[in-house]
Write a protein that binds this ligand. Sequence first.
Ligand code: ATP
Ligand code: MG
Length: 415
Amino acid sequence: MAINGIKGFNDILPGEVEKWQHIEATARRVFELYGFAEIRVPILEKTELFSRSIGDATDIVEKEMYSFVDKGENCVTMRPEGTASVMRAFIEHKLYAADPVAKLYYMGPMFRYERPQKGRYRQFHQIGAEVTGVYDPKVDAQVLTMLCHFFAELGLEEPSLEINSLGCPVCRPAYRDALREFLLARLDKLCDDCKRRLETNPLRSLDCKAAGCKEATANAPSVLDHLCGECETHFGAVRHHLDLVGTTYTINSRMVRGLDYYTRTTFELVTSLLGAQSAVAAGGRYDGLISDLGGPSLPGIGFAMGVERVALLLADREFRKRPDLFIAALGEQAQQKAFTLMCALQERGLAVEIDYAGNSLKSQMRRSDKFKNRFTLIVGENELSRGMAVLKNMDAGTQADVPLTVDGVALGMLT
Ligand code: ATP
Ligand code: MG
């Protein structure tokens, strides 16, 4: 019996993979305009890295991590997200010594044990970016602007940007208490998870998808009414700088993130096109994370987008590359000529296909149809003896005789 892949772990096949390559290339191109450099970190890390950074009372750490004990008795986890690993590397290699301001991006697979559905998988892929060492709200505005720039480059109108501020260790405790008190009065409506987390993490209820929790939190106090002076000023300045450059957003004071390390600015890029999987990208500021992980006291801000969800938004747009040329050849000698010509043209930088089976002209043309090549060269015994071939421009529907040489064919394709 054949062995299938694991549920929630997908193959990305030719035909679809070109879309992924386009997303990745666009991210690299846009992020590099903003001064970001790529960092590659491992997939496996010590479990403690994630429990300490993401937080013990989060869905990710409580339920979703692929953790195991390896053969050396070490507790390890397949990364559920990228920020913790990138910051671990930033600290471990003392990248801050040369310059506390680092702009880093990464891309790769992440792993979470969730219920697989459209836009939600157990192995999924993120492209993310992080900036360290800047408290100034201009950097918040720039990271958000870069993210919107990326989606605009992809030609997408969705998703749209929502922002919030979650305050800081000075003002959040008072908000948490106010929210807890509010929820205590509506305890019977809350789901079991939210009841259990009322002490450790009451903010999670604002984000809970359960109907009772939605109802209970409908008129909950807003975090924005509880910001301290500094957080309020910071959030105002983020909005001001977004306005200055015309980056549009809405404020969503109910947005909390599923990771504990966020402070101040948080954001999501949301779409209505993917059902419950509405967040395409998300992130925020994490001014305490680097020191919590044993590094210097430096702030940070970043985001991650889900590549599967971006690919879904690109729907059935075609990214498959068309070969430049297909050579149809009839007869043994013509086929040898086609083969050598193909190799020589490929060395010249042209994408060329032939039909290896060398069937009838009709079946070769059927294969050429499948490739959607821009040009077709037809080489028969007759043409061969004249040292010429017929070059068809498949888009224009025109054809011309060209010399049966590398230069002849290449020139024919230019004119
Ligand atoms: P959600 O609310 O959809 O569970 P999240 O808040 O857990 O998302 P983050 O941890 O902020 O997501 O990750 C950033 C992005 O990664 C999400 O916006 C989403 O696009 C993507 N993502 C997260 N989990 C998955 C998953 N299981 N499958 C596919 N993409 C995912
Ligand atoms: Mg999640």
